[in-house]
Design a protein around this ligand. Sequence first.
Ligand code: 0O2
Length: 270
Amino acid sequence: MEIQLWRELLEPYQLAVDELMVKFTYLIKAHRNAGMYSPIEEVNGRVKRISSILEKMQKKKIQFEDIETKIEDIAGIRIICQFVEDIEKVVELIKKRSDMEIKSEKDYITNTKPSGYRSYHLIVYYNVQTMKGNKRISVEIQIRTLAMNFWATIEHSLQYKYRQNMPANIRERLSGAAAAVIALDNEMSSVRSEIMDAQNSFQIKAHIVAEILNTIQNLYKAANKREIVKIQDEFYKIYKFGSVEELERFSRELDIIAEGYRAQGLENYD
Ligand code: 0O2
């Protein structure tokens, strides 16, 4: 196939990956901005390399005209979660969306692959608007924990290195590492609520601090310098030694001061 034709073939898949990256990244931010725990920790995406497509075609005896129907992971999204419990939440979240339709799913978490590979796979239909109009394509979404991803990344490189001839001792060690990943994920799940509490209070604190700094910045336009310095000193003291509740109280007090300036009708205050 001519290089130009490959480019044309892959273009809608790149568009789908770009769009989905924006959508899933938005979900992470939206959860965090609302002070909520995000079941998605990070998201990556890629379009399969031409060499990998050719390899798969050869392995599965796929003709050029069947590439788009028979190779379902030309566009791939990988969603990484902190905890095993988050995977189910992400699957539900995707199933509820109106911009993707589930084509098939594979649960390699309940049914671990003989290699030790664990991950949840969804193949979804996704519409992209190309120059030639609407195109419905398949996208593979792999959902796994940080620990599962660590294992899969290492194992994938070793598979690439050894092809079909992975030495038995390496295969055995990977198998042992896969069991360690299961134990690690279980251990993390057992302290999940403590970890989530800690992360949530960090998010909440960051949110309040951002609000306080914004209000102080606005006060610069209205209040006198001495008052601002006093407010800043008070803020640093509470930030260093105070609790989240004290920061919240300080933020409310600042809002009242700001409201006072607003009521005085100071034109340059927003
Ligand atoms: P790459 O390089 O990641 O794209 P398929 O071969 O995809 O048409 P199959 O074999 O039923 O059909 O798909 P499966 O088993 O669901 O695998 C799809 C993808 O999951 C693989 O894509 C890998 O990314 C990942 N995967 C599956 N099994 C393993 C495994 O044992 N180890 C690792 N590290 N990853 C795995 P590709 O095209 O094989 O590879």
